[in-house]
Design a protein around this ligand. Structure first.
Ligand code: HEM
Length: 409
């Protein structure tokens, strides 16, 4: 099957993977391939199969379930996590441990906390636009999409202001060395060590922040250990950072390449139409979302997926980006329609690992769009779309830079 399949994972593929995904959906909807790391895995590309696989308890999240875990160590799972000793986090564990940890963190990561935090995200977004509004041009990734989630999540976790630039630096190492696991590993290790220390300090002086919430959280009298709290803080940062950078970056690019939809959203922002703003944030995620593939899953027993026999220990990767363009589920899937009413996309996942940070991500996306279009109404792309460069890790996909122009104001 591999000979006939279109090239996967090269530069052209990363710039526009959708034609290859359309081919896979039609010709090989559950497709075994060898990844650039040398590990082979099944790619699941149809919406119905994807949704089923995401919720299938026979697919474990524990990398030790990999058929050859000892050989694949460091090549399956989240980059850098082994080196930083953060193997026990929500995306790597199964029930009943997952159920317990998720309940504990949900106590700290409440919708109330997110809602209370929205004005702070608006303030951050405005301050970032202040930094370049006069200039008439900017790189939206470096100057807006990248710092916004870093400062937002640091504030929410309770990282003191004077330490937040260290985080910006480590996060930059993670982004700019994506694909080179060594650099990512170093950045992850530093963040993890810092979070461990911070938790230790906060234990003496609990505040109203998320880390204090994690320390306080308890289940039948059982509290998170310091180790678990640090792993949890790390996964919140890790899962909430590059995703948001790319949601803003990919989303703005989709708008800039679809001027009629851009004008529609600009009108909605000017009129205070919150409903269109909210549905736009969902549609941009469906159309070109940041999480191209869901995280690793491993078969715990032989199973049949889309007609293929998957053996025990085989890795399964659900291609969210392909599922969300499946014509069997979405009308005109390759068209960006910001008002799309029937939009049960898988951009935040599905099942027990459904994105815990979705309320925060939605708030950040709405705020980013409203701020950018409200303050820079004539924003336009300052590069040929074909020349834009993409960062393609296995799981996430996003732009290295997004140059834009606008009338100085
Ligand atoms: C901006 C857009 C975001 C997108 C598109 C996104 C997407 C996802 C997806 C697809 C999953 C499921 C992965 C899988 O099943 O393999 C997930 C899980 C998760 N996300 Fe997000 N995410 C976003 C932002 C955030 C933010 C801001 C946070 C936290 C601050 C966050 C925290 C998490 C956590 C903790 C999990 C693991 C949940 C579990 O395993 O129970 N995410 N996210």
């Amino acid at each position: 099957m591999d000979e006939a399949a279109p090239g996967l994972f090269g530069t052209a593929f990363t710039a526009d993977p959708y034609p290859a995904y359309a081919w896979l959906r039609t010709n090989a909807p559950v497709h075994k391939t060898v990844l650039p790391s040398g590990v082979s895995a099944w790619l699941v590309t149809r919406y119905a199969d994807a949704r089923r696989a995401l919720a299938d308890p026979r697919l474990s999240k524990d990398p030790r379930r990999h058929r050859a875990a000892e050989h694949a160590s460091g090549r399956v799972g989240i980059p850098g996590e082994r080196r930083a000793n953060v193997m026990t986090h929500l995306l790597n564990i199964d029930p009943p441990d997952h159920t317990r940890l998720r309940r504990l963190v949900s106590q700290a990561f409440t919708p109330r906390r997110v809602a209370a935090f929205e004005p702070r995200v608006r303030e951050l977004a405005d301050r970032l636009v202040d930094g370049f509004a006069e200039r008439g041009s900017a790189d939206l990734i470096d100057e807006f999409a990248f710092p916004l989630p870093i400062y937002a999540i640091c504030d929410m976790l309770g990282v003191p202001a004077e330490d937040q630039d260290d985080f910006r630096h480590w996060a930059g190492m993670m982004l700019h060395t994506a694909g080179k696991r060594g650099g990512v590993g170093r950045a992850v290790k530093r963040m993890r060590a810092y979070l461990g220390e911070l938790i230790h300090r906060k234990r003496e002086d609990l505040g109203d922040d998320l880390i204090s919430g994690l320390i306080r959280a308890s289940d039948d009298g059982e509290q998170l250990s310091e180790e678990e709290a640090a792993a949890m803080a790390f996964i919140l940062l890790f899962a909430g950072f590059e995703t948001t950078v790319n949601l803003i970056g990919n989303g703005m690019l989709s708008l800039l390449r679809n001027p009629a939809e851009l004008a529609r959203l600009r009108g909605a922002v000017a009129a205070g139409d919150e409903a269109l703003l909210a549905s736009a944030a969902e549609e941009l995620l469906r159309f070109d979302g940041p999480v191209e593939l869901a995280t690793w899953r491993f078969a715990t027993e032989p199973l049949t997926l889309g007609g293929e026999r998957v053996a025990t220990g085989d890795p399964v990767l659900v291609v969210l980006a392909a599922a969300d363009r499946d014509p069997e589920r979405f009308a005109a899937p390759d068209t960006l329609d910001l008002g799309r009413a029937d939009n049960p996309h898988l951009g935040y996942g599905h099942g027990i690992h459904y994105c815990l940070g979705a309320p925060l991500a939605r708030a950040e996306a709405r705020t980013a769009l409203a701020t950018l279009l409200g303050r820079l109404p004539d924003i336009r792309l300052a590069a040929d779309p074909g020349e834009l460069r993409w960062r393609g890790g296995l799981i996430m996909r996003g732009l290295r830079a997004l140059p834009v122009e606008f009338g100085p104001r």
